[in-house]
Design a protein around this ligand. Structure first.
Ligand code: SF4
Length: 334
């Protein structure tokens, strides 16, 4: 098998980690590398294991996204609509398997294969109760998806014009010469036959509440749509679909100023990431001392790497209820 290399690729979530805690960025994007090998140094193995950890909100988000991707897949390939009951029952099995895997402890030796849940791992006393509440989020989100006008609209479209969806294999795309990871849940070519590449629709489903970052993320999707599918980025329209606690379907466009701003931030952010490399060509980082821990202790409370971070991971930084509730939902491009 060809050897894989740790390549520097930009993503919105990578930028968020870089900007919020350099130490976490180092552990998640560099120290973890090779940590899947049995003979790797212990600290690399630990960083790798922790990089595979999830949390209850993240697990909920991942299951909701996977079920929606499966509904898309079935519709795309044979135009069948999966029933809500089947969606929920499959999600329930996924959810119960995640909880059981975490309790089994098999992730200690096989962190990629078995789920480890942060709230369980860090000894949150009422984690089982939280898990029950979080299941309600999964179920409500899937019911919202099934009832949404967006899903009804998508089933009126021609699947051959679907450009990409969550279940597709995905490589990074070059935007302005920068390899970028990031793709919406679904994209659709809505151009009229007489005016090709004049309208790209982007759909993004969220199992958490609306956040400012959601709008920013759409700007990068517009850049990806231009680079990957040849649309004018100004032709991109997006629909953000919030599934919990209640259904909100919000449409937005990306104007020229927003696109210029996204391009500028992307270039600056990528340069910043390269500035902490000893060898940019091979993506080799500077010494760990160039990646200081954050001074924002609110971020530490929900950080998976507390045990690898001096002075963190104490009783005082145990995950607080409020901090965990605010946690990001699913993002495959971490
Ligand atoms: S525990 Fe805090 S300082 Fe340490 S890596 Fe995590 S967020 Fe950064």
């Amino acid at each position: 098998m060809a050897e894989i290399h740790n390549e520097l690729k930009w993503s919105f979530s990578r930028m968020k980690t870089f900007d919020s805690c350099r130490r976490q960025y180092y552990l998640r994007h560099y120290l973890f590398w090779d940590g899947w090998k049995k003979d790797a140094p212990e600290e690399r193995r630990t960083a790798y294991r922790l990089s595979k950890m999830t949390s209850l909100p993240m697990l909920a988000g991942a299951i909701v996204h996977n079920r929606i991707a499966d509904a898309f897949k079935r519709y795309r390939f044979n135009r069948t609509s999966i029933s809500l009951n089947e969606i929920i029952e499959t999600a329930r099995l996924d959810w119960e398997r995640g909880i059981a895997e975490s309790e089994s402890g098999k992730w200690r030796t096989q962190p990629k294969q078995y789920c480890c849940i942060f709230e369980h791992y860090s000894g949150v006393p009422d984690w089982k109760e939280r898990a029950r509440d979080m299941w309600d989020r999964v179920e409500t989100s899937l019911r919202s998806f099934d009832a949404s006008g967006t899903w009804a609209d998508l089933r009126k479209t021609v699947p051959v014009r679907w450009l990409a969806y969550d279940g597709d294999p995905f490589e990074s795309v070059l935007v302005d010469g920068i390899p970028v990871f990031g793709r919406p849940d679904l994209a659709y070519d809505g151009s009229k036959a007489e005016n090709p590449k004049s309208r790209c629709w982007i759909f993004e489903f969220k199992s958490g509440r609306p956040r400012d970052g959601d709008v920013l993320q759409v700007r990068y999707y517009a850049l990806v749509a231009a680079a990957d599918w040849g649309f004018d980025p100004r032709s991109v329209k997006a629909r953000l679909v919030y599934l919990h606690p209640q259904l909100i379907e919000r449409e937005m466009s990306v104007d020229e100023d927003a696109l210029a701003d996204a391009g500028r931030v992307l270039r600056q952010s990528f340069d910043d990431m390269k500035s902490v490399l000893a060898d940019p060509e091979h993506n080799i980082p500077l010494d760990i001392s160039a990646f200081p821990p954050t001074v924002r202790s609110d971020l530490c409370a929900r950080c998976f790497y507390q045990e690898m971070c001096e002075g963190r991971g104490t009783e005082a930084s145990r995950p607080a209820a409020a901090a965990l509730e605010d946690e990001d939902d699913f993002d495959p491009f971490v």
